[in-house]
Write a protein that binds this ligand. Structure first.
Ligand code: C2E
Ligand code: CA
Ligand code: CA
Length: 792
């Protein structure tokens, strides 16, 4: 090996004319530049022009190899006369061109690294063929001997180097690409000098050159003509390059001008290097353009895999600002061709404003604006989230539904502004009663809800409810120094099973709240099996009631009202009953409320109106009929037409119809109720305030609405005439109503004593079991037609 290397070294240093070797090197470099420049130009062109320039590039590279080789051959001084075989000389050029063309073909078609390596080996083979065919074209006057070891060595070293050369030329990393040229030069050098060192000549004066052989002096102009052509090609290629650069600069500056108008930040980059940015980008990051173009795109958008970002698909990302802040952005990448170079434009949209608006919108959607608490939507969401949670500590919890007692009255009496201030104070006090982590929401109006997590048992839940009620009601609220009192009722659902549906939880708590209010307000009622049972029953009643209305299972009973002075029947109250096929006669107490909750009261009420008017029309002319109307019916705009059509169908004059309403009606939409009642009384229909004394019994209601009669509630009559308080109350009501010019009816009169008391106190009419129990329509009809005087 040592001797081999020594002979290669000897060949390089002593057997070559160094000046020509340098020229060969220069020509080689210029040729490579010319080939690359034309190849790049081909890449920028399209169609036939592209193919032409690609061919020029391949031929140029073949010529480069060929001229380099032959200049070095001319530099070779074996010390013997030499000549060139023209045919083989031409063939060597063809070998170089085909080898390089084939190699490039494989390289362009291939994607994998092995493809590029193989392409390099093919190019190397072409160059080696050029070398050895060229060697055979080189004739000397003497005997030629080959050292096969050096031939093998030349191939064994140079071919892999050619492979490596192309491999690095195709690499994405710029630094590795820069290695391609020295590697290829090394491959060529080693191939050449090993190949040359393999030759041994011994002089043989008897040898004469074949006819047609060209002397070195003859081939020199050809070689230098080709070298000249390469030089002019290099100049042309250089000019192409300059032109392309100019175009790229122009395109970029045009694009930058355009990009500066964009609201989005734009980055143009080549691979990872940032080439240009727009002014929005500068403003967004706080960096100037110079700093940005010195950065890598991947550093500016950390965590975003820019190279593998699909074209035109937006991605969430973070943009690194000058102050170190990470700005939330959306990034979009698009491949563009700029100055015929493939570059990526990355559009970056600032998301801060959008996120801020979204957060504000969320707050708006989920927050009760008055109290700042969560609203119904949010509460439901939190409840749903919680019921999905699998954490063991959260499996027993409570849902509390809170309703303020008498709040409506405060709102109506003092106005909404005062109501709002008090609601805020209530919210504040309730918050104070909660434990850490409890969630409170205002569901609407004066309704609140609490989700209390990790509540071990019922007792704890009830203690929390008691604290809330206490917080709300213990101290008065002050309105301009005047104390106002408020209470709260709570429905409580406690569970150990967080797989219950949020809907059910709320419904159960609501049901318990309903029961709490029914039981007298200001208290907590828990949801339990009994309520559940009641719920089931009410479902059954609801179903049955639908059938009852459709199948005519309802009937009306009539209870007489007599004139306090004459004892004659002046009116009858229509009271509905349900004749159940199995259960017999069901009193209204069992189904009216459910009918109200389900809306069935509307068709039921219409039936009552029609039936009562029809039956009353057959009674003697002076006897009126009283019909009870539910608050729910007043919410229906159809009520007016229903009353009208009932009277019309029965041909009952409006003066004979009396509508009984309770305070519940007045708690709804006041203006609408007033309009409706005013219409009725304008027709001549009488309106009675029923159950007077049980509710808020506000005097202002009596003045505001067109009542003709006030009916004193049964509960005050029971204690008469011995209970002093009841006596005083009934007296007060009678004097008050007569002062307002209204009639007074007293209901629930069961004894002669009570009857006498009512007469003595000046009641207008009297109703009760003492006078008569409700009877069915047929019987009442007979009674009233006899014109009986019931009591006197
Ligand atoms: P209400 O309007 O207060 O009707 C009077 C109730 O008192 C009737 O009960 C009647 O039977 C009962 N009553 C009458 N005199 C006496 C008495 O001397 N002593 C006692 N202890 N009770 C007496 P009823 O028929 O069970 O009706 C109960 C409630 O159902 C009614 O109370 C009314 O609010 C409602 N209701 C009845 N029919 C209808 C209807 O057609 N529509 C609507 N919306 N509600 C109705
Ligand atoms: Ca009534
Ligand atoms: Ca009543």
């Amino acid at each position: 090996m040592d001797t081999l290397l020594r002979s290669v070294f000897h060949c390089m240093v002593h057997e070559h004319d160094p000046r020509l070797v340098v020229i060969a090197g220069l020509v080689c470099l210029i040729g490579i530049f010319a080939s690359l420049a034309t190849a790049q130009h081909a890449a920028r062109e399209v169609g036939a022009s592209r193919t032409r320039w690609a061919a020029v590039a391949v031929i140029a590279s073949g010529c480069t190899a060929w001229t380099t080789h032959f200049i070095i051959l001319l530099a070779f001084r074996p010390g013997l006369p030499s000549a060139f075989d023209p045919l083989l000389t031409g063939l060597s050029l063809i070998c170089a061109i085909t080898g390089i063309a084939a190699g490039i073909f494989v390289a362009v078609g291939g994607r994998r690294k092995t493809d590029h390596f193989i392409a390099g080996v093919i190019v190397g083979t072409g160059v080696a063929a050029l070398h050895y065919v060229g060697q055979f074209a080189y004739l000397v006057q003497g005997k030629v001997e080959w050292d096969p070891r050096l031939v093998v060595l030349s191939l064994a070293i140079s071919l892999p180097l050619f492979g490596l050369g192309l491999l690095s030329a195709a690499d994405r990393n710029r630094q590795i690409r820069m290695l391609a040229l020295p590697i290829l030069l090394l491959a060529i050098t080693l191939l050449h000098f090993c190949g040359m060192a393999a030759l041994r000549f011994s002089h043989d004066p008897s040898y004469s050159f074949p006819a047609g052989a060209v002397s070195p002096a003859g081939i020199t102009p050809i070689v230098f003509a080709v070298a000249g052509a390469l030089i002019s090609l290099a100049v042309a290629g250089w000019r192409f390059e300059v032109e392309a650069r100019r175009r790229l600069r122009r395109d970029r500056s045009r694009l930058r001008a355009l990009a500066d108008m964009a609201l989005e930040g734009l980055i143009i980059c080549e691979d990872d290097a940032i080439v240009t940015v727009n002014s929005t980008m500068e403003a967004m990051t706080g960096h100037d353009a110079a700093t940005l173009t010195a950065m890598q795109a991947s550093a500016l958008l950390p965590g975003l895999d820019i190279a593998n970002l699909p074209d035109r698909e937006e991605r969430e990302a973070r943009l690194l600002a000058a102050n170190g802040q990470l700005i939330p952005v959306r990034a979009l990448r698009r491949q563009v061709e700029l100055g015929q170079r493939v570059q990526a434009v990355i559009a970056v949209r600032d998301q801060r404003e959008r996120l801020r608006t979204e957060a504000a919108m969320r707050a708006l959607v989920f927050k009760d604006p008055l109290t700042g608490m969560a609203n119904r939507t949010r509460f439901f969401e939190l409840l749903a989230m919680h019921t999905k949670s699998k954490r063991e500590t959260e499996q027993s919890f409570a849902v509390l539904m809170i309703d303020l007692d008498r709040f409506k009255l405060i709102n109506d009496t003092y106005g909404h502004a005062v109501g709002d201030v008090i609601l805020c104070e209530v919210a504040h006090r309730m918050r104070g009663a909660l434990r850490r982590g409890d969630i409170i929401a205002r569901l609407g109006g004066d309704e609140f809800a609490v989700l209390a997590l990790a509540v071990e048992n019922f007792a704890d839940a009830e203690a929390l409810a008691a604290r809330i009620i206490d917080a709300v009601s213990a101290q008065p609220y002050l309105d301009a120094g005047r104390p106002l009192f408020l209470g709260a009722s709570i429905g409580l659902k406690w569970t150990q099973d967080n797989s219950e549906k949020p809907d059910d939880l709320l419904r159960h708590a609501d049901l318990a709240l309903y029961a709490a209010k029914e039981e007298g307000r200001g208290r907590t009622r828990r949801f339990d099996a009994r309520l559940e049972e009641r719920l089931r029953e009410s479902h059954a009643i609801e179903e049955g009631l639908r059938v009852a209305i459709a199948k005519g299972q309802l009937e009306l009973h009539y209870q007489p009202l007599v004139d306090a002075r004459t004892g004659r029947i002046v009116s009858a109250e229509a009271l509905v009953r349900w004749r159940h096929p199995e259960r017999g006669l069901i009193p209204p107490a069992e189904f009216i409320k459910i009918a109200e909750e389900t809306g069935l009261i509307v068709p039921l009420g219409e039936w009552v109106l029609h039936t009562a008017c029809r039956e009353a029309a057959s009674w003697p002319g002076q006897v009126k009929v009283a019909v009870n109307l539910s608050p729910v019916q007043f919410r229906e705009p159809s009520l007016v037409s229903a009353v009208m059509s009932a009277m019309g169908a029965a041909k009952l004059s409006p003066e004979r119809l009396d509508l009984e309403i309770t305070e519940g009606v007045l708690l709804g939409d006041e203006q609408q109720t007033l309009d409706t009642l005013t219409k009725f009384s304008a027709w001549g229909v009488r309106i009675t305030m029923d159950d007077f004394g049980t509710g808020y019994s506000s005097l202002s209601y009596l003045r505001k609405f067109p009542f003709s009669t006030v009916k004193i509630d049964r509960s005050f009559v029971q204690q008469l005439p011995h209970d002093a308080e009841s006596v005083a109350l009934v007296r007060a009501i009678i004097s008050m109503t007569s002062a307002l010019g209204m009639a007074t009816t007293i209901e629930g009169v069961e004894t002669a004593e009570q009857f006498r008391f009512a007469v003595a106190e000046g009641c207008t009419s009297i109703q009760g079991y003492y006078i008569g129990r409700p009877t069915d329509g047929a019987e009442f009809g007979r009674l009233v037609k006899r014109g009986a005087i019931i009591a006197a």
